[in-house]
Design a protein around this ligand. Structure first.
Ligand code: NAD
Length: 335
């Protein structure tokens, strides 16, 4: 099948081309993000393959549909950026890669926690400059601390397991309990209790209307002073402006982000010679107790191989008029 593949970097092309050696689709790689402007590149393609910051609202889906696109094959697990109602009305199938490597994302989450606690970026720079002083590098033991996990699906459960291994007490909030988390001693509580009791709070739920700005002014007010907040899930789970105010007051003591609510147009690009126009993002970079990575939690060899294989499996199944394994159904949306 002829597929227009958007937001492709050299690593995407490498892994997709390798997986396509057996799948045999005609992949045409486009570097730009999918937007109302770039969707004009799609001419005579029955399928479009997209990533997390591609625009897939009605303003893009409608012209794609007019060009004959029948399949949107996402290379991500999250699908909050797709207007599924518009896709359904246009008779388009939407697929995703539900689980490619929960370990990669979970391990990056814990890497942010440890780097923040032990001030690894600062320590690294100091030692390179011959400064071996320890002032300002004081950390704490994770063992015995309380970690609150919001969203205990595939990734949240792995985070729970790793942190239980460190000797942390695990509190969890989810719309449904995960027996794997309970089996390692995790206790399900209300969000209010989780916010009030946790030394470290980490977000692993999807971005849906119910979770939009789940960390807002009111939630922050309930948290312990000096709490560590980590978000490797989706940017808009956090009200960033409220978090900046809490960093300034010292209420939030550490912030680790891999996602940002306005990341489209920033992340995945080399902007090192440009002036960043987003003042909220720039302000966050000035805090000594903030570490931001640019949506790289998924970025492991294992994940890229699995994403490429499963995306192409979805496309192959659609071409053969079979049910794609990563089909987004109303049950997936409700889950
Ligand atoms: P998952 O579907 O296995 O787990 C999500 C969990 O969130 C489920 O247990 C679900 O019940 C729970 N949930 C749903 N609504 C909720 C609500 N209102 N409140 C609390 N919990 C709720 O998904 P996953 O594979 O663990 O991925 C989690 C998220 O991680 C994805 O939605 C995606 O946004 C993000 N992600 C980020 C990266 C990255 O590179 N940074 C990579 C992959 C996934």
């Amino acid at each position: 099948m002829k597929v227009a593949v958007f937001s492709t970097k050299p690593y995407d092309r490498e892994f997709l081309a390798a997986a396509n050696a057996t799948a045999g689709h005609e992949l045409v790689f486009f570097e730009p993000r999918l937007t109302p402007q770039t969707c004009r590149l799609v001419d005579d393609f029955p399928a479009v393959c997209a990533f997390v910051n591609d625009q897939l609202d009605a303003s893009v889906l409608l012209p794609l549909s007019r060009q004959g696109v029948k399949l949107i094959a996402l290379r991500s697990a999250g699908f909050n950026h797709v207007d599924l109602q518009a896709a359904e009305q246009l008779g388009m199938t939407v697929t995703r890669v539900p689980a490619y490597s929960p370990h990669g994302v979970a391990e990056h989450t814990v890497a942010l926690m440890l780097a923040l606690n032990r001030k690894i970026p600062r320590a690294y720079n100091r030692v390179r400059e011959g400064n071996f002083a320890l002032d300002g590098l004081l950390g704490f033991d994770f063992c015995g601390r309380t970690v609150g996990i919001i969203g205990t699906g595939k990734i949240g459960a792995v985070v729970a397991r790793i942190l239980a291994g460190f000797g942390c007490r695990v509190l969890a909030y989810d719309v449904g309990a995960n027996p794997d988390v309970e089996a390692i001693g995790g206790k399900y509580v209300s969000t209010e209790e989780l916010f009030a009791q946790s030394d470290i709070i980490t977000l692993h739920c999807p971005l849906v209307p119910a979770t939009y700005h789940v960390v807002n002014e009111e939630a922050i007010a309930r948290m312990k002073r000096g709490v560590m907040l980590i978000n490797t899930s989706r940017g808009a789970l956090i009200d960033t402006q409220a978090v900046v105010r809490a960093l300034k007051s010292g209420k939030i003591g550490y912030l680790g982000l891999d996602v940002y609510e306005e990341e489209a147009g920033l992340f995945f690009e080399d902007l090192s010679t440009r002036v960043i126009q987003d003042d909220v993002f720039s302000r966050m970079l000035t805090f000594p107790n903030v570490i931001i990575t640019g949506h790289q939690a998924f970025f492991t060899r294992n994940a890229l191989e699995a994403i490429a294989q499963e995306t192409l499996a979805n496309i192959t199944a659609h071409e053969r008029v079979q049910r794609p394994p990563g089909l987004i159904t109303s049950e997936v949306v409700r889950a």
